[in-house]
Design a protein around this ligand. Structure first.
Ligand SMILES: [Mn+2]
Length: 319
């Protein structure tokens, strides 16, 4: 179920004439079994949740496409990143894969590093949260967790089985059952991609959200305020970015392309605020589906977002 990291996955351009400041991701990634660097990539090769949610399969190869796009990006503050390989999901083994991925995330968190999950369907979110919760429990930390999800969808579905559409309902139920305060903020949610039942559930569960039509550069201050207020109320933040939050032209390689979508440049600035809080403990990028991508646009965007999170988190790292 766990596929070890492979150095051959990381290759790209080398600029020897430019010296030591011309380095790229493939030159700072080290393939390992356990985390020693301040940041650790953990792939979640899975689209079982997407399939159960009646979506377009293909996110299984998301982590591989993401590594390929990431390999050639230049590094700035980033010195070293661990790649811990992939947890892969066999058919019908979603819950087991989520538990296995959560165990890796938890181990990384206990080591003091920040795990960055490479999706995989958005069912990755329940695993990331579970790993964070378990890692904190092991450290005797019962602090409140804030979850920030950039997404066109709430993913609060009530389905009996876990899918890519249920993780945040599962998270909030898990938190309630385990005496953990968890607050969920969903940014970019669309009125035309979520039923009234889902908005009602969001209200019942105390979820805060910002509609896609309000996730605009001219509302930057209000968005920043929303994030700062959440960061002020909690001890730990979990950031998850669903690529279907972005316009279909920018991110065609997803299960459910967005008709409107939100501005990636705006999301990056908000991501900077999240990493600058110093409270980011785990992050992931979900729903990369290379099967439907065009010119690797979605993979490039996903890679840029991972790099943005990593650069921000690295400059905050205690290590
Ligand atoms: Mn989602």
């Amino acid at each position: 179920m766990r596929r070890p990291a492979v150095k051959a996955d990381w290759n790209g351009r080398v600029d020897p004439a430019e010296g030591g400041t011309a380095r790229r991701w493939h030159q700072v990634v080290q393939t390992r079994d356990t985390a020693t660097a301040p940041l650790a990539l953990v792939g979640f090769a899975c689209d079982e949740g997407v399939a159960r949610n009646k979506g377009r399969k293909g996110a299984m190869t998301g982590p591989a496409a993401l590594r390929k796009a990431l390999a050639n990006l230049p590094v700035h503050a980033l010195q070293v990143v661990d790649d811990l390989g992939d947890v892969t999901c066999a058919a019908e083994r979603l819950e087991q894969a989520q538990a296995a991925y959560a165990a890796v995330v938890s181990e990384v968190i206990r080591s003091g590093a920040v795990p960055i999950g490479l999706g995989g369907g958005h069912e990755i979110a329940f695993g990331s949260y579970l790993g964070l919760h378990d890692g904190l429990v092991a450290a005797g930390d019962s602090g409140p967790i804030g979850i920030i999800n950039f997404d066109a969808h709430f993913d609060l579905r009530a389905d009996e089985r876990a899918t890519s559409g249920t993780p945040f309902r599962q998270i909030l139920e898990h938190a309630a059952a385990n005496d953990r305060v968890a607050e969920y903020l969903c940014i970019g949610v669309s009125r035309f991609a979520n039923t009234r039942a889902l908005f009602d559930r969001a209200r019942t569960l105390g979820v805060r959200w910002v509609l896609d039509e309000d996730t605009r550069v001219d509302r930057y201050d209000a968005l920043l305020q929303e994030i700062a207020a959440l960061a002020g109320r909690v001890t730990h933040l979990y950031l998850t970015i669903c690529l279907d939050a972005f316009p279909a032209a920018v991110a065609p390689g997803v299960s459910a392309p967005a008709a409107l979508g939100i501005d990636p440049g705006l999301v990056e600035r908000l991501v900077d605020a999240i990493t600058a809080s110093g409270k980011l403990r785990v992050a992931d990028v979900a729903e990369l589906n290379p099967k439907f991508d065009i010119d690797s646009r979605s993979a490039r965007l996903a890679a840029r977002l991972v790099a943005r999170v990593a650069e921000g988190a690295a400059s905050r790292s205690p290590r």
